[in-house]
Design a protein around this ligand. Structure first.
Ligand code: ADP
Ligand code: ZN
Ligand code: ZN
Length: 816
């Protein structure tokens, strides 16, 4: 008898055995998908991980329904990597499978599908089955896969659905349709007839008496000499301090011609400029050192200050690896950054660059998946966020983890709670590939690994083009409030600097980290602050919608007109977020154009891009934003960065609070002065003498590192101890209290290491579930594998206790 071992896309740690026929046995390969029955009547997409002849001892193996692939869509290296993730991060292999594969490849009987809107379908191109499904969807807007089974009166329908998805007719319900069309921007260039020297003098002759027009033309030459890229009408008008009417006149005279380009193609003019990239001597030195380091080690840290030109070094390295024919993965913390980067990389590598991320729809994702699988030219370089780690690389040579310190590399929920940087290092090892970690503010763990010779270390301490590091000025808020030098949340110093920057036509970034310090409504009479009904948090006030909103569960209510506790009508807003800063800006700088970038303004597929584009195009003078602004964006006209309040991050109850504050403040500051002129940063704080604030001001990464490392050792945190956090949730407060104490006791009795808890976290109830946590600190010299085994055993016995069965426990290894 023949069997296959498969993974199911369910949160189950086990693999399952199914029966196959002799013919199937010869056809099926590891990494193919099968449709298999599971439970009473459900069908799932399973993945083959083994083909064998061992009859399962405990159950009668069912037969498979159908083979879904003609060849493997997942490689054996991937399967091994998933197994590592499942075991290291203490989760089910099914969770990893589910997370790793685009959902359209994971059809199951419960999947809901619908037809794409605005679609003209050539029904003659459809098979009979496809047509029946299509027709059914004309009556009903959506159908479950199992409904389709009954419509077609058969079970083997995944291939039919898959074909319809491939043909762009069907979509999975969860997909949001995006309608943003990239914006077209108008550019000007000199008419070709004036390109020669004679043409030029002729031109200046014609313009002799037209001073304003001449001014514009001269400015055009100046701009094109420095910029070396297309010039927008807008930029030209600004540079010449002129008006678009005059540009129009020049176009009518056929001195200029205008043309339109799609915004995201600006840098990619079709011409690749392979040999134009010249590394500076500091960059070249770093480049050589990295290669040198790769001779000895698999991983190297590139620690280069903001704007040191790390990206250019990556580009040079990519160039080298491309020559070897191997695949290259460029991981970014956030999709916000990809547009800028993709533009930059495409000028060098053209269509060899593919992008992969979660905001892509299923078709786009499957397309990249398949390109990577066949090792196609079109995806030799993949840029993506953490999930691109799961693509079916076949021949990976090089992984870049840019901004490696970013916490978004760690998935929080759901499982697998993996860290993409660490999982990338493991993946690279099985491909015998090299890993470059890049950051201006490396995480303590990574720098520690570099210091202790596990990773190579290459540092650049100067900015590209000898631009100076920004000058940082601290403003003592206590003093400013005392002397009444504050207008709203703006100190006189900050206002003055903003005015100066604006008067020079330069742009300003203002940073307000809203986390933990959001605007709330407070009753002046009794002090009551409206709370979420389902979570243990205050509701956040959103002025724009005149609403109170819960940031944890999404609950909203209209802003109350009176206190719900004492009925007083004296309500006030307390705390401030980006929205309030924006409001204040409007009244302090009524003539400036102001934009805002935070979770509320960047929803949707192109949310970030829209804001970043328009700021880049100088359609805004001031951009206010949250930590999203800290992430490696490159704006050339920002001379001033203002940090509204540096303190609220410092006092998070988190062992990484100082490290994070340093990283965030340094990264945001790094957005200032990235072209010739030295930038300026104003940091408003109640603690100007705080060590971390001083370290930021003096650009003292090493000072921060040493101080934090010392604390980590004393208080038993990474890199000296590995942290596993267990989170328990239940609606019944008392049961949870009891159960978490039980679990804490067994674990601490069975482990010879610090176990803390069960603690009530700062936010101890979300969506009506109470929360408790247990922290386990594993010392460096203790086996993590054995420790996890012990923990898993305890968790299993916990699950076996009937009265605790309703408590959900999740494990977070290397908790961030
Ligand atoms: P980082 O990633 O280290 O913050 P970037 O790679 O964004 O720095 O570089 C900062 C700026 O300097 C960018 O505008 C980039 O185009 C420019 N730059 C860096 N290196 C070079 C180079 N070798 N040639 C031309 N421009 C460069
Ligand atoms: Zn809530
Ligand atoms: Zn009240």
């Amino acid at each position: 008898m023949h069997f296959v071992e498969v993974i199911l896309p369910l949160s189950l740690a086990k693999t399952f055995t199914y029966r196959i026929s002799e013919a199937e046995y010869h056809y099926i390969k590891i990494g193919m998908r099968l449709a298999v029955p599971f439970g009473k009547s459900k069908i799932y997409t399973a993945l083959v991980i083994e083909i064998h002849q061992n009859k399962p001892a405990l159950y009668e193996a069912k037969e498979i329904e159908q083979i879904l692939d003609e060849r493997p869509i997942v490689t054996e290296i991937q399967i091994a990597h998933w197994q590592w993730i499942a075991s290291y991060y203490m989760c089910a292999i099914g969770d990893v499978y589910r997370c790793a594969i685009p959902s359209a490849l994971l059809l199951e009987s419960e999947t809901v599908i619908s037809q794409k809107t605005d679609l003209i379908v050539d029904t003659s191109q459809l098979s009979d089955d496809e047509f029946l499904v299509y027709e059914a969807l004309q009556q009903q807007s959506s159908l479950k896969v199992q409904d389709i089974m009954s419509i077609l009166n058969k079970k083997n329908i995944f291939p039919v659905i898959q074909k319809l998805i491939d043909k762009n007719i069907l979509v999975l319900q969860e997909e949001i349709q995006e309608t943003y069309k990239p914006k077209l921007v108008r550019y000007v260039r000199l008419h070709p007839k004036y390109e020669s020297n004679e043409g030029l003098s002729e031109l200046l002759e014609t313009l002799k008496s037209a001073n304003k027009q001449k001014e514009i033309v001269l400015n055009y030459f100046q701009l094109s000499a420095v910029e070396k890229k297309p010039i927008t009408v807008k930029k030209l008008v600004e540079a010449a301090n002129s008006s678009s009417a005059i540009v129009k006149a020049l176009i009518e005279k056929e001195i200029f011609e205008d043309y339109l380009l799609q915004e995201d193609r600006v840098n990619f003019t079709g011409k690749m400029r392979e040999d134009q990239l010249q590394l500076s001597s500091a960059q070249q030195k770093a480049f050589d050192e990295i290669k040198e380091s790769f001779n000895q080690k698999e991983v190297c840290l590139l620690h280069g200050v903001t704007s040191s030109g790390k990206t250019e070094i990556y580009i040079k390295l990519i160039e080298e690896y491309l020559k070897t024919g191997k695949q290259i993965l460029y991981l970014l913390p956030e999709i916000a950054l990809t547009t800028q980067l993709v533009g930059r990389l495409r000028t060098y590598f053209g269509n060899k660059v593919a992008v992969f991320h979660s905001k892509y729809n299923n078709n786009e994702r499957i397309e990249v998946w398949n390109q990577v699988l066949i090792n196609s030219d079109k995806s030799q370089v993949v840029i993506g966020a953490r999930s691109s780690l799961f693509l079916p690389f076949y021949n990976l040579g090089f992984i870049i983890v840019d901004e490696e310190h970013e916490q978004t590399f760690k998935q929080v929920d759901p499982a697998p709670r993996y860290h993409a940087r660490d999982a990338a290092i493991v993946l690279a090892h099985s491909h015998k590939a090299k890993v470059l970690l890049g950051s201006a503010t490396p995480s303590i763990e990574t720098y520690f690994n570099a210091q202790s010779d596990k990773f190579g270390l290459v540092e650049i301490s100067e900015r590209y083009g000898n631009v100076q590091m920004p000058k940082i000025e601290l403003v003592d808020l206590k003093d400013k409030y005392f002397r009444k030098k504050m207008t709203g949340h703006f100190s006189d110093v900050l206002i003055e600097e903003i005015n100066l920057a604006l008067s020079l036509g330069e742009q300003v970034i203002l940073f307000q980290n809203r986390r933990g310090y959001s605007p709330v409504i407070e009753c002046l009479t009794c002090g009551h602050v409206p709370q979420c009904q389902q979570c243990d948090v205050s509701l956040t006030y959103h002025k724009h919608k005149n609403q109170l909103r819960c940031h944890y569960c999404g609950f909203t209510m209209a802003k109350p007109s009176h206190c719900h506790s004492c009925s007083s009508v004296d309500l006030t807003t307390k705390g401030f977020g980006t929205e309030q800063i924006e409001q204040e800006l409007v009244s302090i700088f009524p003539n400036s154009k102001i934009g805002r970038m935070d979770q509320d303004t960047t929803r949707g597929k192109f949310g970030f891009e829209k804001i970043i584009d328009s700021f880049k195009n100088r359609e805004m003078d001031i951009l206010v934003g949250t930590q999203m602004l800290a992430k490696g964006l490159d704006f050339d006209n920002v001379s001033l960065v203002g940090i509204m309040n540096a303190d609220n991050m410092l006092y998070h109850p988190d062992f990484r609070a100082f490290e994070r504050s340093f990283q965030m403040l340094t990264q945001v500051s790094g957005r200032a002065g990235r072209s010739e002129k030295q930038g300026k940063v104003v940091i408003q704080t109640y603690n100007p003498n705080h060590n971390t604030i001083q370290q930021v001001t003096n650009n003292d990464y090493l000072g921060m590192y040493k101080e934090q490392l010392y604390d980590r050792q004393i208080y038993k945190y990474p890199p000296y101890f590995r942290i596993i956090k267990l989170t328990m949730k239940q609606r019944d407060f008392n049961k949870l209290k009891e159960g978490s104490m039980w679990l804490y006791q067994v674990i601490s009795q069975n482990l010879n290491m610090p176990v803390l808890g069960p603690e009530e976290p700062a936010i101890s109830r979300i969506r009506n579930e109470y929360i408790r946590t247990i922290i386990i600190k594993i010392p460096q010299n203790t086996s993590i594998v054995n420790t996890k085994k012990t923990i898993q055993k305890m968790l299993n016995s916990f699950e076996a206790v009937a009265q605790y069965r309703a408590i959900k426990v999740t494990s977070n290894v290397d908790f961030y």
